[in-house]
Design a protein around this ligand. Sequence first.
Ligand code: ARG
Length: 483
Amino acid sequence: MIALQQALWSGRFSAGMDDSTLAFTSSLDVDSHLAFYDVMGSLAHVRMLKKCGVIPAEDADKIIAGLKDILVKVRDGSFEFDYSLEDVHTCIEFSLTQAIGPAGGKLHTGRSRNDQVATDFRMYLRDDALRAAEAVNGLMMALVKVAEDNGDAVMPGFTHMQHAQPVTLAQHMLAHAFKFSRDADRFLDAFRRMDKCPLGAAALAGTTYPIDRRMTAEALAFREPTENSMDSVSDRDFVTELAYCAAQTAIHLSGLCEELVLWSSQEFGFIEMDDRYTTGSSIMPQKKNPDIAELVRGKTGSVVGALMTMITMTKGLPLTYNRDLQEDKRPVMESMATVIASAQMMSKVIATTVFHKDRMLEVTSRGQINATDLADYLVTKGVPFREAHGIVGAAVRHSIDSGRNLEDMTLDELRQFSDRIEQDVYDILPVIKCVERRNSYGGTSPQSTDVQISKAIEQIMLRDEVIRQESQLIRNCWKALTE
Ligand code: ARG
């Protein structure tokens, strides 16, 4: 087994590698997921070598045919990875040479595994970034749909988890929607920054062969080649950036999930999740558990962990490639997969949840949630806001003591606290009025949330179009490379 890896680069060594060394240094269990991209990278590279006359056309054609055969197997899952080899790059090159003979050895001209792995992982994560943007965009759409369909429901808006001011369900859902809008944008921003091709940087210093890096970049659907060979093989900030995008999305998801868990409790009773997306208890027959939301919340730990891994792993590394960098793949492959699946699941949960509007209104009307409105009312009657705050504080204390809401007190009772209060106070106190009157740009009034809904839909559609175009460009390149 071990003899194989050793045989490939045996020249410099007099003793064979220990079994444990290969086991410890191998990355195949993880980077086998890069196989498709590795073959694509090789196809682009060999076509370029041929065009630039670096290797004979006849050898290049053999390599191209051999790589296409390998691609078929990689695609249908029948490619056999040889675990006596160190990584996916070696496996594919070795398998090629076995199939076509010594010509296969010419593929690795003018490149190195260092630029190869950087290119492969960029291509892999580029696809993940698009998938994540799409999944998060879908979740945003599900939230906007709730705002459209059930948005008129009045509910308490919270600060410090205390009733603060009444809001609409639309305003609350749109608050989450715009967070996810930024998350989806971040994935696309990261996509654009990583959309440069390191291939041809070779080991670290470039190469003496007359290669054409623009040609390979274009063939692999990259915007352009990276500017500096040493940066190209040592940089992993594209990985860290995506790990951050995933972590921030997970943080946003965890907040949404936390609320859904609370809202589905008997104490809140704001929502009921669909049977398809909840689970039962093994011993308590009455239970319907919000497990998906809890799991998504729980998975935030590993997603944030991946970011910490990347940041810590790359600290203090001297230029250029160091083997430490091999540790970048598993955490971020996993964190991206987790966030994509979480966003997809939560889209389904949100789209099928029933919102109990009556219960929300009942809870909202219970406290003194309209106290700010009473203070604002006094301000319109010429009372300075600070003074109004004190007057309303006293009125609220009275209302709590007497077990009634502010709007249920008589005018005489209210006037004990300020003689500026008049009959028209009853026009502003009902919670529905509080909501309707918060008509400032971005506020909770239905007029304002209608504007927000249009903006949100516009953002979703624009992004969908960008994702569609970028995915199409990549697919076209794959097609051209394999023709
Ligand atoms: N498996 C390696 C990685 O993922 C590939 C590059 C190895 N390069 C090297 N010089 N050892 O980073």
